[in-house]
Design a protein around this ligand. Structure first.
Ligand code: GAR
Length: 195
């Protein structure tokens, strides 16, 4: 059974969906939920679902990403994951960290990559006058929000949308897309899916 560690920074709704589906279907085992913020609401949710948690505050490390990552790595290595899922993890990881998990680290991003890597994706899609938005699950490589795309889900942009309403509509699709990609990934399927 594949072991899955999940990194979060906030509410962790994607993490909850990943853990719920793993626990309900048994396609993988959630072995750790780690956050760079001890106040992340997702940590409590993970603990209530019986998943071990770890919090490594990035702030004391300032700009020293390598020192932060050295601490973050400890609980991750101790959990011996086969796959690491970034789920709303809002720290940029160094190439050294990413390379350590090459081919077995996934990320969900709230845009139709390669459009809008980085932040404020929904606002940028609205400002561009796009007809549709969506989310992408991809393999993580050292380039931010790059890497082979494993799945995308699309939603229409509506005339009255704000960044908040659009984000909420995209998030409902994230909750379906990420478990579906992880399910397939744990079976060794690397094909690109559209939901
Ligand atoms: C999600 O929309 C995810 O796609 C996004 O943060 C949100 C986390 O929500 N991730 C990024 O922007 C990564 N750069 P959640 O904590 O409820 O899963």
């Amino acid at each position: 059974m594949m072991r899955v560690a999940i990194l979060i920074s906030g509410g962790g709704s994607n993490m909850v969906r990943l853990v719920e589906t793993m626990q309900a279907e048994g396609y993988a085992t959630p072995v750790l939920v780690a956050s760079n913020d001890a106040a992340a609401a997702g940590l409590d949710k993970a603990a209530r679902m019986g998943v071990p948690t770890a919090a490594i505050d990035h702030r004391p490390f300032g700009r020293d990403r390598a020192a932060f990552e050295a601490e973050l790595l400890k609980p991750i290595l101790a959990a011996r994951p086969d796959v690491v899922c970034l789920a709303g993890f809002m720290r940029v990881l160094t190439p050294e960290f990413v390379t350590r998990f090459a081919g077995r680290m996934l990320n969900i991003h709230p845009s139709l990559l390669p459009k809008y890597p980085g932040l404020h994706t929904h606002q940028r899609a609205l400002e561009a006058g796009d007809a549709e938005a969506g989310c992408t699950v991809h393999e993580v490589t050292p380039v931010l929000d790059d890497g082979p795309i494993l799945g995308q889900a699309r939603v229409a942009i509506l005339p009255d949308d704000t960044p908040e309403t659009l984000a909420a509509r995209v998030l409902t699709r994230e909750h379906l897309l990420y478990p579906e990609v992880l399910r397939r990934f744990t079976r060794g399927e690397r094909i690109r899916i559209e939901l």
